[in-house]
Design a protein. Structure first.
Lengths: 112, 112
């Protein structure tokens, strides 16, 4: 059973605020990912990490940043939120043998 | 660059009917994944296909992989309303990045 957690689940915030979306997994997976998904649309990879102190930008340009100081923790930060950041953010981690990705419950962000 | 195409993107079917969703991809890979997403929710793993000819079945869903044709199918047998969801296929990008490239998703609606 995959255990990956995201907080908050829902967030409504004003323009210009700094926010951090939390993602934690208890499976010891080295690889972790952040995706952005608008309702009913495809997933876009925005950041990924192969392990501690490793972070890479994904296929979709994003104004967010990530860090990976601990294996189990992969937070995403927006320094100055804008309405265009309104979306669902999904965190995932992958198992080393099959590369199967396990997804967290998501954070639905609304920037007003 | 790996491209993943699903079709159809929208599928409305009657309960009790059979149908197949197709997932084509553009470059060599032997790892393919199917996920289900309910509205407003995260992604749930359905099938992991790791070799040519792999076939997996769970209830009314059966997935197969033909790596030579670069094609996976998700077959629905005797559809029921509970299968209504969006189904994504994802392919391992063997370019060394260990990322998954997702299709746009197939939104399935099963009508009583």
């Amino acid at each position: 059973e995959a255990d990956i957690y995201q907080t908050p689940r829902y967030l409504v915030i004003g323009t210009g605020k700094k926010i951090t979306l939390e993602c934690s997994q208890t499976m010891g997976h080295d690889k972790m990912y952040w995706y952005q998904q608008d309702p009913g649309m495809e997933l876009h990879l925005i950041h990924y990490s192969y392990g501690v102190n490793s972070t890479e930008k994904g296929d979709l340009s994003s104004e967010s940043t990530v860090s990976r100081i601990r294996t189990e923790h992969f937070p995403l930060t927006l320094e100055s939120a804008r309405p265009s950041h309104t979306s669902q953010y999904l965190c995932a981690s992958s198992e080393w043998q099959t590369y199967e990705q396990y997804f967290g419950p998501g954070t639905r962000l609304t920037v007003t | 660059e790996l491209k993943v195409e699903q079709n159809p993107l929208f599928l409305s079917m009657q309960e009790g009917k059979n149908y197949t969703i197709y997932c084509n991809y553009s470059t060599t890979s032997d790892r393919l994944y199917w996920y289900r997403q309910d509205p407003g929710k995260s992604l749930e793993s359905l099938f992991v296909l790791l070799s040519n000819g792999a076939v997996k079945q769970e209830g009314r869903l059966m997935a197969s992989l033909d790596t030579k044709a670069r094609l996976s199918t998700l077959h629905i047998t005797a559809a029921v309303h509970d299968l209504s969801a969006t189904y994504f296929c994802a392919v391992d990008d063997k370019g060394g990045s260990e990322k998954l490239v997702f299709g746009k998703g197939t939104k399935l609606t099963v009508n009583p």
